[in-house]
Design a protein around this ligand. Structure first.
Ligand SMILES: *[C@@H]1O[C@H](CO)[C@@H](O)[C@H](O)[C@H]1NC(C)=O
Length: 375
């Protein structure tokens, strides 16, 4: 009797400390030394703003889509308060004056390690303003974990509230750490959630503003061959995704990758052994398969890091030209002066951001927590 209860106690103690092996791998300054199955491997409840975990991007680059924002590290644009992270746009003119946008010279490169411009592509570190080519009229924030935390396979939950305001484009997403299969989109991109801040924007009769949220995978051998439309899912919410916090979830395994919102599945991919080359329809193309030495999940079988940002506008078509909005879309996606066209309509879009109400929280992407578990 005595002996058998000792065995039970010993077994329980072993179970409590055992580390279940897992396929999840991690790297980065804030990654755990040892990864155990099912355990939390990265989290932030945003009780403080830990800039060792969250590196700010400093750039005018426009995300490859000629978006209109200037990403800076400034507590006007990114801060935590009462356990919530806020990523919030403001006007560049507030800092530099209105004339500066059309005539100034902005070089954001700095000498200290934390001042370095993080993306020189697309004139990302230096711009000169003119009436037709204005300096990025909106300041905002984009933060990432590339130095602190990268992982392959796991479960992710981000509790967040989307911003409202015309032409705002929030995103919570993942990019590949090492580009193991080549540059974008060959090494993939995982978009957990994106939305548009317009409260009353319709396209072909559908509300595509705050009432729509989407998840997407980008993958293909080069930018002109990206099969994202085969891995793109939308969910409508008549109340608007800006009205409340929701849980945006990713389950990523060696066999499938699945997006959910509030525990309801949005979409998933479950590639066959022919992999994403076939799933993307590339197997009939003349191109060489960059994933041929990877697993069936390639390029989604390598480590990724997390990015969160609020972008504005852009000319890649995320804001289609044909939308109906109370104030019409002020730029066309083929306009060479898109940012100036946007700036000239400031009297229409700025009031929708409510920046003077409650410190502009309506226009902020708000994040209650980020939690990532090993499989
Ligand atoms: C931060 O942003 C505010 C508002 O735009 C601006 O007034 C201030 O100069 C900025 N601070 C720095 C250090 O750039």
């Amino acid at each position: 009797m005595m002996w058998s209860s000792l065995v039970v106690v010993a077994a329980l103690a072993t179970a409590a400390t055992a580390c279940r092996p897992t396929v999840t791998t991690v790297s980065g300054t804030h990654a755990p030394d040892r990864v155990c199955g099912g355990e939390l491997i990265f989290s932030d409840e945003f009780n403080s703003f830990d800039l060792a975990r969250w590196q700010h991007e400093l750039t005018l680059a426009g995300g490859g889509n000629w978006e209109f924002q200037y990403y800076d590290n400034n507590r006007t644009n990114s801060f935590t308060q009462n356990g919530v992270l806020f990523l919030r746009p403001s006007l560049t003119a507030d800092q530099f004056g209105a004339n500066f946008l059309r005539s100034g010279h902005l070089n954001i490169e700095g000498g200290q390690p934390a001042d370095r411009c993080t993306n020189p592509q697309w004139y990302g570190c230096e711009r000169r303003g003119s009436p037709s080519h204005v300096i990025n009229p909106v300041k905002s924030a984009r933060i990432r974990t590339v130095q602190s935390f990268n992982f392959r396979y796991g479960r992710v939950e981000v509790r967040a509230r989307m911003p409202a305001g015309d032409w705002l484009w929030p995103a919570i997403w993942f990019m590949p750490t090492h580009n193991s299969y080549g540059s974008w989109p060959a090494s993939g991109e995982i978009d957990l959630v994106e939305s548009r801040g317009n409260r009353q924007m319709f396209s072909n009769g559908l509300h595509i503003g705050t009432q729509e949220a989407g998840s997407t995978l980008h993958f293909g051998p080069f930018p002109g061959q990206n099969a994202w439309s085969r891995a793109h899912w939308l969910r409508r919410n008549g109340n608007g995704w800006d009205r409340n916090f929701h849980n945006y979830q990713l389950e990523w395994t060696p066999d499938f990758l699945r997006f959910s919102i509030d525990n309801t599945e949005l979409g998933r991919i479950t590639p066959t052994n022919a992999g994403l080359w076939q799933f993307g329809g590339f197997h009939t193309s003349p191109f060489q398969n960059p994933w041929r030495f990877g697993t069936k999940m390639a390029p989604f079988d390598q480590q990724f890091f997390l990015i969160m940002n609020v972008a504005v506008g852009g000319t890649n078509g995320y804001f289609p030209d044909n939308v109906q909005n109370p104030h019409p879309k002020p730029w066309r996606n083929n306009s060479p002066t898109a940012a100036a066209d946007f700036l000239n309509a400031q009297g229409n879009w700025l009031p929708t951001w409510n920046l003077n109400v409650n410190e502009g929280r309506d226009a902020a992407l708000q994040v209650d927590y980020v939690r990532i578990w090993a499989l």
